[in-house]
Design a protein around this ligand. Structure first.
Ligand SMILES: [Zn+2]
Length: 329
């Protein structure tokens, strides 16, 4: 029965922040840029921010199951991660498939990062929240179906896309990726797919080297991948132009049922790895454009998941700018 109180609740724009302290247990070593400090600063800031904290909830969530990982990743790869992490005691190593550090809790933490996205989906689809921001690590967008690389173990955002399709029968999913690096893993997973549209705006030339504008998909996926590459030094105007002039018209054709965002903040000015110069104002404007797309086509449904970003102060500022948009729109 619809009561006055839950009517109000539905209009309050409750936003979930998906975070678990166990994300800090993925130990990448003392000098690795993908480290727990990335999350510590943003979380303590959000908890102290009265304007935001009155509008957000902090749900619990579980580690993703084998079957959930298997929506994207091959049996062999999931078993490879299980095996290589279980061999470690208190030492660290690199995943044999790429430049991803692993330590004894890394597999559980990576599965928990996926689980954060899946729980956010369930809460949105149940109408309990309007949107979510998953502050997770490790990141995911460089992981292909069979290969972890670029600090990534499982492709969090890709699994969320497949979960939306399998559990909720949604037909068209948009993935927006504004990390400074091209999400080669996400592109590869959906390259022949016309049900998941992958949009990336990133620095070029830069790691991992993919993501040129002529990479547009193949087979029935032709036209469902859209890459914009930007020279070092590009800023907010380039980000906004890409979203407004290229993504928006493409979405007027595609009409996504749900939008998920690979939110990397290593394109923020002054990042220790990236060489673009977005600011908090740029991320805010970007969030407003994405909100317009979700309002028009996907009933406001949007999940942001953290990817890269290696200067904790920037992660804090950009996340706050985006959450400001989510709680007020
Ligand atoms: Zn990145």
């Amino acid at each position: 029965m619809m009561t006055f109180s839950n009517f109000n609740f539905a209009n309050e724009q409750k936003v979930a922040v998906m975070y678990d302290e166990r994300f800090l247990l993925h130990n990448t070593g003392p000098s690795h840029p993908e480290n727990p400090e990335r999350l510590i600063s943003v979380i303590s800031d959000l908890k102290a921010n009265q304007k935001i904290s009155s509008k957000i909830i902090w749900p619990n969530f579980k580690v993703a199951t084998f079957d959930e990982l298997n929506l994207v990743h091959t049996n062999e790869y999931i078993e490879l991660v299980d095996h290589q992490v279980s061999q470690l005691k208190n030492n660290r190593a690199y995943l044999s498939t790429g430049d991803t550090p692993i330590s004894k809790h890394s597999n559980d933490v990576a599965k928990l990062a996926v689980g954060a996205g899946l729980e956010a989906v369930d809460l949105i689809m149940a109408g309990e929240i309007s949107s979510a921001f998953a502050l997770v690590r490790p990141p995911g967008h460089h992981a292909t179906a069979s290969r972890g690389m670029g600090f990534c173990i499982y492709n969090n955002i890709a699994i969320v896309a497949r979960y939306l399709q399998k559990k909720y029968d949604l037909k068209r999913i948009l993935i927006v990726d504004f990390d400074v690096h091209h999400g080669n893993g996400t592109q590869d997973i959906f390259y022949e797919d016309d049900s998941v549209f992958y949009f990336s705006i990133h620095q070029h030339p830069f790691y991992p080297g993919t993501g040129r504008p002529d990479e547009t998909g193949t087979g029935k996926g032709k036209g469902y991948t859209l890459n914009i590459d930007l020279p070092a030094g590009s800023g907010d105007d380039d980000l906004i132009k890409g979203l407004r002039d290229q993504l928006k018209p493409a979405m007027d054709q595609f009409k996504p049922d749900f939008v998920i965002v690979s939110a990397g903040f290593d394109a923020y000015e002054g990042d220790i790895l990236g060489e673009l110069s977005y600011t908090s104002n740029g991320y805010k404007k970007a969030a407003m454009i994405l909100n317009d797309i979700t309002k028009q086509y996907s009933n406001g449904r949007i999940i942001y998941m953290l990817e890269g970003g290696y200067t904790p102060e920037n992660i804090k500022n950009a996340t706050t700018s985006i959450l400001d948009v989510l709680i007020t729109n």
